[in-house]
Design a protein around this ligand. Sequence first.
Ligand code: ATP
Ligand code: MG
Length: 558
Amino acid sequence: MSSPANEAPAAVNFLRKIVADDLASGKHSQIVTRFPPEPNGFLHIGHAKSICLNFGLAEEFGGQCHLRFDDTNPSKEEQAYIDSIEEDIKWLGFRWHGAVRYASNYFEVLYQWALHLIESGNAYVCDLSADEARAFRGSLTEPGKNSPYRERSVAENLDLFKRMKAGEFVEGSRTLRAKIDMASGNINLRDPVLYRIRFAHHHQTGDAWCIYPSYDFTHGQSDAIEGITHSICTLEFEDHRPLYEWFLQHLPVPCKPRQYEFARLNLSHCVTSKRKLARLVAEGYVDGWDDPRMPTLAGLRRRGYPPAAIRRFCERIGVNRAGGLVDFAMLELCVREELDSNAPRAMCVLKPLKVIISNYPADEMQTLQLPRHPKQDMGTRSIPFSRELYIDQDDFSENPPAGYKRLVLGGEVRLRGAYVIKADKVIKDESGQITALECRIDADTLGANPAGRKVKGVIHWVCAEHSILCAVRLYDRQFQVAQPEAEGDFLEGLTAEDMAAPLYTNCRAEPALLQAKTGEAYQFEREGYFCRDREDLKGKPLFNRTVTLRDTWGEGKH
Ligand code: ATP
Ligand code: MG
């Protein structure tokens, strides 16, 4: 089946060409990439871009992609994050090659390599405090100053570094630094820190270490150990590339991977920084990392986003070195395309209004069979029809605006998949609230056009007795503003209530929805795409809106 996405030309991905050229020239016979998350939070939609890129290239070119946790910072990391990251990658449809890897697997080799740098006169133990080291580092416009400890002898450095490892010194009192160039125009080359003292328990290595390597001293060497050919990262690491290469030149590494940078994904109407997402969780704006309002993969999954839609989105945005903001509407479009093709249809009335069919016997009930999908062969669903039904309050009007195609007094509409009905009478309570409608069906209109007249409107409905009570939450974009991170604190002036989604707790859905599984999206006819939450709301199934039927953002209808 063809869809707009399949017809669209593949978006530009400059790395695809680099890989293809490297294979064609024989520089590599097989490519090896890696996805290197730090286990300090859940993955978000930005990570999906990197996952699709790294795993996607390996898949496309018959290579391998590793999953390697970049776990050099024990205090912020947790096993729960490791588990969620693995689950999210699998859910997206990718499998890493071999076992899960951890940078911490290489702590011993890295330690040996640190000794190697000391022995070759390329690293020294420095006793400057963090504040002093910062002052010595200089700035973008001024060169740094050499540390007074820079000329220590190899023997003294070896002794001190081994004693750092043995736990003889307090945290913050000493670091191991590379001896490169304090006057370099690139601050990353001004004697960067290789090791810090941290008496922290590590989720993988326990209490085996009290010195931990820096990200820079770990990343490239881990790539080299694993035989990574293309080390792909986001642009903020461009300035780290000279350091990445310096380590590869000065260490006895088994191979020399090459680093390539691409522009990170910035998506409108949400925040994609783990640090900021962590604040939303910690400060109670949302109900955890997998809250359906979160642009985390776990949140999007819970909201009903299909993994294929996210992969399609990542393919469509392409990969380049120019940044820019991608409109959230593009992600929603991919979700709609995927769900339009694959989500079964169902009827659910969000704000029920009772309809009594005066010419239908009270003791009668019939079961209608409706297709589960208008185009795909997904079988049928059974929909009971009887004297009392529910339609949505919004589908009836006593004072219809011009062009209103739904039900009005004396007017007719088609009940989706059933009869044409006519509204005869409005029933109200003492306060003037409409409590029910009295209607009649045209018994000849089941599966047939009414004789001699045209009925334009079609509305959804459910049987009053044989419908299920459920709750529906109308999720929309995470933030009203396009760029919440643009200036100041993104949470300033915002309360948890501002982020709350409209909730309907007395909805009525067709019986088939009792079987709806968590994570399985449905199209609620005329309402949007919805997916059952993993938790019920006060004993009622709860459905989360995945996305609206069409792009109504900015029309005040969300
Ligand atoms: P955050 O800013 O959310 O903390 P991070 O870059 O610190 O993200 P990591 O766990 O270090 O998170 O990221 C793992 C990989 O995902 C890295 O290679 C990183 O470049 C990539 N990545 C993270 N955010 C994005 C994004 N918005 N777009 C593309 N790739 C991203
Ligand atoms: Mg990071």
